[in-house]
Write a new protein. Sequence first.
Length: 83
Amino acid sequence: MPDSTKLHLLQPGQRATITRINGASALRRRFIEMGIIKGETILIERHAPMGDPVEYFIKGYHLALRKEEAAQIDVVLHEGANG
């Protein structure tokens, strides 16, 4: 299995598969309500001008997460997923 990394470390244009959701139960529940679940593919769209939040594309919609929230999500980067 490829190495896992944290979602907040990826760059715009990279695509990854969610492998694990960490964090407090309230945050995990919020992620699930937003469609952030194990096995979903997520695309990093762009960073805000000051770097935070980051815009992601998942399940057909755009989503902005703070880096501290994205740091709770483990992902595996897709091969050839650079831009």
